[in-house]
Ligand binder design. Structure first.
Ligand code: NDP
Length: 293
């Protein structure tokens, strides 16, 4: 059996359309235009591409996009001053500081300074705590994208065994939390897990967020399982160029899984779409309106 391919590109396009519809309603009915501020420090090539895409898609959704590009040598105090200015600006509903930051800046101090209600990345400890205790929260975008894709296969995930490989604060832990909220039985695996292959084989839903190219082999997957591959790894090709692969050995997994996300074209496109959704959600909350998406 060949697995169903979960199309993240199409799903993200649909979500962006829904976001644009919600933005149009906010403008027409309430005179509100959501605004997203993105701060980029330095010129990391991957970050520059992400920020450019975020800017374009924010404008396409009908929102205001405020880009702040700072020199790599900017002091931490200057950066925190900018965040405080954005916190106080009523035209800014969401604030995102692109990671990674240069070594002389402490990312925790930066995240801590963002007003939790505007923390569209969901990394602030207040939002992490709210998510963990079941309160309404700003939730990290990539994990939300993973759940939306998994729910295309399992509208009701109650009782499924979910295994998350990876325990980072930005993907592994929040996605595990969201799976718990969906009533899955959740296992979080990491670099110290014993018999990782066996743990993965117990999963009805396997989420790979490791950052190691094609580490999860076909025979680690339970026949018929749903596989969500978060990994984005650039590996060399024979012709000297590079290509993107996930954390899952895709060709092997395709023959065993029931459904799988490709890389590229799976989780990746969902992240910005979910960021736009988060910005609309933040705007609604800040204006005392019910969430629209
Ligand atoms: P981190 O490096 O922060 O975390 C990786 C996790 O994988 C850690 O918890 C680590 O365990 C675990 N791990 C590493 N090696 C092994 C191993 N051999 N066996 C089992 N577990 C292992 O990565 P991120 O969570 O930030 O990202 C993960 C992947 O997702 C990356 O490829 C990244 O590029 C991609 N990504 C994609 C996004 C998207 O938009 N699609 C967004 C964010 C990330 P331990 O804690 O024990 O060290």
């Amino acid at each position: 059996m060949t697995a169903r391919i979960i199309d993240g590109k199409a799903t993200a396009a649909n979500l962006r359309q829904d976001v644009a519809g919600a933005v149009a309603t906010l403008k027409a009915d309430h005179g509100i235009t959501p605004g997203l501020a993105v701060v980029l420090v330095g010129e990391d090539p991957a970050s520059t591409v992400y920020v450019r895409n975020k800017h374009r898609q924010t404008l396409e959704a009908g929102m205001n996009s405020f880009e702040h590009r700072l020199d790599a040598s900017v002091s931490q105090d200057k950066l925190l001053d900018l965040i405080n200015t954005l916190n106080a600006d009523p035209a800014v509903n969401g604030i995102l500081v692109q990671l990674p930051l240069p070594d002389h800046i402490d990312p925790a101090a930066v995240i801590d300074t963002i007003e939790p209600a505007k923390d569209v990345d969901g990394f602030h400890v207040v939002n992490a705590g709210r998510l963990a205790t079941g309160l309404p929260a700003m939730v990290p975008c990539t994990p939300v994208g993973c759940i939306i894709l998994a729910k295309q296969v399992h509208a009701d995930m109650t009782g499924l065994n979910a295994v998350v490989v990876g325990r980072s604060n930005i993907v592994g832990k929040p996605v595990a939390q969201l799976l718990l909220n969906e009533n899955c039985t959740v296992t979080i695996a990491h670099s110290r897990t014993r018999d990782l292959a066996g743990v993965c084989r117990s999963a009805d839903v396997l989420i790979a967020a490791v950052g190691r190219p094609e580490m999860i082999k076909g025979d680690w997957i339970k026949p018929g399982a749903t596989v969500i591959d978060v990994g984005i790894n650039r590996i060399p090709k024979d012709d000297g160029k590079t290509r993107l692969v996930g954390d899952v050995a895709y060709d092997e997994a395709l023959e065993i899984a029931g459904a799988i996300t490709p890389v590229p074209g799976g989780v990746g496109p969902m992240t910005i779409a979910c960021l736009l959704r988060s910005t609309v959600e933040a705007t609604c909350r800040q204006n005392g309106l019910e969430p629209m998406l």
